[in-house]
Design a protein around this ligand. Sequence first.
Ligand SMILES: C[S@@+](CC[C@H](N)C(=O)[O-])C[C@H]1O[C@@H](n2cnc3c(N)ncnc32)[C@H](O)[C@@H]1O
Length: 289
Amino acid sequence: MTLATLAERVSQAGRRLAAAGIDARDAAFDAEVLARHALDWDRATYLARWREPAPAVFGDRFDRLIARRRRREPVARITGSREFWGLDIEVTPAVLVPRPESELLVETALARLGDRTARWAVADVGTGSGCLAVALARELPRARVAATDICPEALAVARRNAARHRAADRVSFHRTDLLDGLPGRFDLIVSNPPYVPDAVVGALAPEVSRHEPAAALRGGPDGLDTVRRLVAAAAGRLRAGGWLVMEIGAGQARDAADIGGRVGMRVVAAHRDLQGIPRAVVMRPGGPR
Ligand SMILES: C[S@@+](CC[C@H](N)C(=O)[O-])C[C@H]1O[C@@H](n2cnc3c(N)ncnc32)[C@H](O)[C@@H]1O
């Protein structure tokens, strides 16, 4: 059956996505995003024209995108980008799709540093798409940011994102474990490490468990393997007065404090995300409280 208008095509596609197990409200929105992607239209154009007949090129292209989404591929992976901190960030299968809650790391780091014009030395450990490194480099115009990852394909994406947002001259990229081999000390170490317990990964939404890189998710038996090593590494690499701002998973705040305490790092704040989950932990050298 040929449906007359874009609006009808999109709402039918939304129902097909809901039937594939996607929450109904998300399904409707995803269908619209994929329609705009198929048409290469911004939202204003779409809203002005959604009652018009669907253009001839639309049908097949849109159907292919919807078929991918029905297989629970994340929308950002289908469109190839996701907005983070107001920046359009390229996304590929090699990187975690940037999450809105990770913006809390940027906000927290900027608040702790205060002066945006200083020549801060910053490290972003496990940079993935480079979203944190690029956002910080944009907000701190005289800072130098060292971004690390163990995955060379992720670093290639991060490099492109730095270039796309004109931050490539101040962000360096390093294929290494945590902070290994990086010279000097840092005023700020920021990280969104893998923190999902291995046994939980398979139970996450298919968008995550099937489509996101294991190295971005798996944190060992209790989720905290990388966190432990990262906090220990950061303890020896922060300048006096420096900060570690790290993302953690639900229920990990107390463990993070214990881990810090064992290596002379004190948790000074744990900021909650919009769901009320302590998400951005701030630590600094100073031992247990
Ligand atoms: C949860 S993702 C975070 C990506 C990005 N920073 C963000 O917030 O969206 C974790 C990243 O850490 C990288 N990673 C995992 N273990 C690492 C290690 N030991 N050293 C450096 N990077 C690591 C993964 O390859 C992945 O890109």
